[in-house]
Ligand binder design. Structure first.
Ligand code: FAD
Length: 461
């Protein structure tokens, strides 16, 4: 059985930034990184290739898996903030968390991201306008790399680390055993076994169920109770131009009158595209945009999400979200699309009605009726939020505003870890989105830097 000092399970944002730090800081650890997805050059979604228009459920999905993880083909928006995107600050402290995110930004800039503008909500007039309309703009700095630039940066990080970090692609870790001498034995789907002193679980959202099984096996406590459900809104870029030009991505929170529920905007993509996303066979919707102006569309898209936190006896919030996504997959064969006007009039959008729609959809989705899929409470909340946004961005509540469903934001169960992101099992670390500590690129990457620094010191020369 081959022996390593450290095995990193997952080559997503957190694993990649950990490997960057372990390459940069001198140490003598022998390191193996394993990912179930492809190397970066092989990561192409068949929809992008044009060989299909609908998600054909590749296994593993190239959007979610492979070098750089779910971040590689994403929009590459790195938000530097403790206000959303995870709870890293609760583990490492507020200042340290921001310092780690700023450091990630410096690395991205040094690898080719410096030309991308850094937007900030500080001193923004939008905050006041939003407040006057009972909407709350969260504070953040955001660097938008764009999918094209983001891929190039991740490629450069791979080039920087590849001599130092051994990497295996298309290899899934299926089991982990704790050996009598305190080391770990990792078993892959290829039947190989590897031993290591320190095992870093960085398997992201796509590995969340797998992390749960490992934690159950090792008696590590997991907490789960939240899932966010909503739609992706697409409208002409002009409607949000005054906002996206100033702050690029605005995280706006609204408390609905009817239910007192929180609804928020999420993942805003000026002049971007709506995309389908396949997580373990369930197709949901997402969005991204390119830095290259020639690849821009005329539309802006963003998610509207309603947070659902469950109390006893229900424990499996992700299954609740999956069931709603499955309903839309059942009715639409994938993503459902409805005009806002049709939704409020209580009728489905049909191919005929879509032909008359001024806003052209950027994702080929099935026209249908979201009210048959999304529960009344969440749908009422979304409609109320659209009318609220219409006050600061008139035109949001137009009848041709497009709603794609469903967008589900799954939250991984929170793995119990200490300030070093180490579990109670010595040498077993959990970081990034798979740990439930983070749910964004900046914070996942920052968590990788944090553990990279800790382990580089442990194996210092
Ligand atoms: C379409 C899309 C757009 C997004 N856009 C943004 C954005 O603009 N800004 C932002 O902040 N966030 C965005 N996100 C979220 C962001 O990508 C994640 O927060 C981030 O990638 C989390 O990093 P991670 O390392 O924790 O996990 P991931 O990036 O998910 O990486 C986990 C890796 O582990 C591998 N893996 C899983 N299980 C196993 C196993 N058993 N064995 C081996 N390997 C395994 C997977 O193949 C994957 O490569 C987006 C997500 C998607 C899907």
């Amino acid at each position: 059985m081959e022996k390593y000092d450290i095995i990193i399970a997952g080559a997503g944002a957190s694993g990649v930034f950990m490997s960057y730090e372990m390459t940069k800081i001198k140490n003598n650890a022998k390191i193996l990184m394993i990912d179930k997805g492809a190397g970066i050059e092989k990561r192409v979604c068949p929809i992008k290739l044009g060989s299909t228009t609908n998600c054909i459920k590749c296994s593993p999905c190239h959007i979610m898996n492979g070098y750089g993880g779910a971040g590689t083909l994403s929009d590459g928006k790195y938000n530097i903030t403790n206000q959303f995107g995870g709870d890293l600050h609760k583990y490492v402290g507020k200042e340290e968390a921001l310092e780690l995110m700023e450091y990630v930004d410096e690395v991205l800039c040094s690898m080719g991201g410096a030309d991308a503008k850094l937007y900030s909500t500080a001193n923004s007039q939008l905050k006041t306008t939003a407040l006057r309309n009972n909407l709350h703009l969260l504070d953040a700095k955001v660097r938008h790399l764009g999918t094209d630039r983001n891929v190039k940066i991740i490629e450069r990080i791979f080039e920087y680390t590849k001599k130092r970090i051994e990497t295996q692609f298309y290899t899934q870790i299926i089991d982990v055993d704790k050996l009598d001498d305190g080391r770990f034995c990792v078993t892959t789907d290829k039947g190989n076994k590897y031993e290591c002193n320190d095992l870093v679980l960085a398997t992201g959202r796509s590995g969340s169920k797998w992390i749960s099984t490992i934690c159950d096996k090792m008696n590590i406590e997991l907490k789960k109770n939240r899932v966010d459900i909503g739609v992706r809104v697409e409208l002409p870029g002009e409607i949000f131009k005054h906002i996206t030009d100033e702050v690029y991505e605005s995280k706006i929170v609204y408390k609905t009158d009817k239910y007192n529920d929180m609804v928020r905007t999420f993942c805003m993509n000026p002049y971007g595209e709506v995309v389908a996303e396949n997580t373990n066979g369930i197709v949901t919707v997402n969005g991204h945009s390119y830095a290259d102006p020639s690849l821009r569309t005329e539309n802006t898209n963003f998610a509207l999400l309603v947070s659902n936190t469950f109390t006893e006896p229900f424990k499996n919030s992700n299954e609740y979200g999956e069931s709603i996504a499955k309903l839309s997959n059942m009715l639409g064969g994938g993503v459902l699309l409805q005009r806002f006007g049709d939704l409020v009039k209580g009728r489905r959008s049909s191919a005929r009605r879509m032909e008359k729609c001024f806003t052209r959809p950027t994702l080929k989705a099935t026209p249908g009726d979201l009210s048959l899929v999304i529960p009344k409470r969440q749908l009422d909340n979304i409609i109320e939020m659209i009318y609220a946004l219409d006050k600061i961005a008139p035109g949001t509540a137009n009848e041709d505003t497009l709603l794609y469903g469903v967008e589900v934001k799954f939250y991984n169960s929170k793995v119990q870890v200490d300030n070093n992101l180490e579990t109670k099992v010595k040498g077993l670390y959990a970081l990034g989105d798979g740990s439930g500590v983070t749910h964004s690129l900046s914070q996942a990457s920052a968590s990788g830097v944090h553990v990279g620094r800790i382990l580089a010191e442990k194996y210092a020369i």
